[in-house]
Design a protein around this ligand. Structure first.
Ligand code: ZN
Length: 199
């Protein structure tokens, strides 16, 4: 297999992404290490993705409809059609369900990811929910982390923070919640996980 990384600079940092792109990728559970930078690649990014080197490319040619620049290995704009994520989410992806807390904003985030080691750092770097003091309170390893994440989000409707202002644009803050305190938050999540038979 060609080592494309030697021939091209494929690396992606947060500085390569707009706030909207960061929020979009976060929402769909895509980590920064699953991206390549298509800046100098032309259409070659498709081949590189197809070879299994990454999941999505950023800095592709803008989509016709809205000028989005994130595409999949078929060359489709994933921001115009988020159905491209459903396949991935339905799969039994092993990963972690976690709860994070921002002491300053007094908000909680319930999310899922495949790699937990750098999650706290990436939340703070992204200033997710306009907070940069995220602390991961606990995480649980699961066989179908995104499926469980969806189930939990559905159970938490009453605690959801709506219309939260994220990085200057209103997003459906499906992953942000409020609780009376950390004990209550932890208890609620563990109870749901136990009720659903996951722990
Ligand atoms: Zn688009």
């Amino acid at each position: 297999m060609t080592d494309w990384g030697v021939m091209f600079d494929l690396s992606v940092t947060f500085a390569d992404l707009s706030d909207d792109e960061i929020i979009f990728l976060e929402k769909h559970g895509v980590n920064i290490d699953e991206l390549i930078n298509a800046k100098s690649l032309g259409a070659l990014y498709k081949r590189i993705l197809r070879e299994g080197n990454a999941y999505l490319a950023i800095n592709t040619s803008p989509c016709k409809k809205y000028g989005h620049k994130i595409r999949n290995r078929h060359g489709h704009c994933v921001q115009c059609n988020t159905a491209y994520f459903s396949h991935r989410k339905r799969k039994n992806v092993q990963g972690y369900l976690y709860m994070a807390y921002s002491k300053i904003k007094k908000i909680y985030k319930v999310g899922a990811c495949e790699e937990i080691a750098n999650r706290e750092k990436s939340l703070n770097k992204q200033k997710y929910g306009c907070a940069d003091d995220w602390e991961i309170l606990f995480n649980v390893r699961l066989d179908a982390c995104y499926t469980v994440e969806n189930l939990i989000h559905n159970e938490l409707i009453e605690n959801r923070i709506s219309g939260f202002r994220l990085s200057g644009s209103y997003e459906d803050a499906r992953e942000l919640y409020s609780f009376n305190d950390i004990d209550e938050a932890t208890e609620v999540i563990l109870e749901i996980l136990s009720k659903l038979g996951f722990i």
